[in-house]
Design a protein. Sequence first.
Length: 215
Amino acid sequence: MDFWEYVSSRREQLLSDAFQHASAVFQCMLVAALAGVAIGALTYRSERGGRIAVLTTGTILTLPSYALLGLLIPVLGLGVPPTVTALVLYALLPIVRNAIVGLRGVDPALVDAARGIGMTGAARLLRVELPIAWPVILAGIRVSTQMSMGILAIAAFASGPGLGNEIFSGLASLGSANALNEVLAGTLGIVLLALLFDAALVLLGRLTVSRGLHG
């Protein structure tokens, strides 16, 4: 059968895999964003702390996906736990780096003004520094999201959820009638989800970034 006939015949399974893929990326990015911003907020004032944070998360990103999953499987087993852990770890670097850069780029005069009106350190961070740094942080989240879309496909190696199962199934049965259709369906599905997520993050930026910070 041709590609569109294959998609039609497997519509329910493909939609289920796509939903699992999107759900896993969304949840992992939520955790990674919270953790990455927290790490950035804790380390941006210290040159040494910032370097250690970026170096550590950067080192994690250099680990091959198969190797990291292989290390996690004996500890966490197969399926969702190693997949979620790997995705969160891989997503940290762009968020941590951009959080540090964004927070360090806040005009010191604004921080001093906030201090002058009696704001505590936590209040300055939450009400002044993070909102100003948010566009830069969001750019890091967009990069991590796109990376996570592709990395999650490899997690099928660990019986993880998502469209990677279509790709792995097709690659494992190359030469059969629908092998290429499986690979193509999984690949195009991931590309489409990546575009949709990026569009959603662009919209989020327009809704949450102050007009004075645009451009």
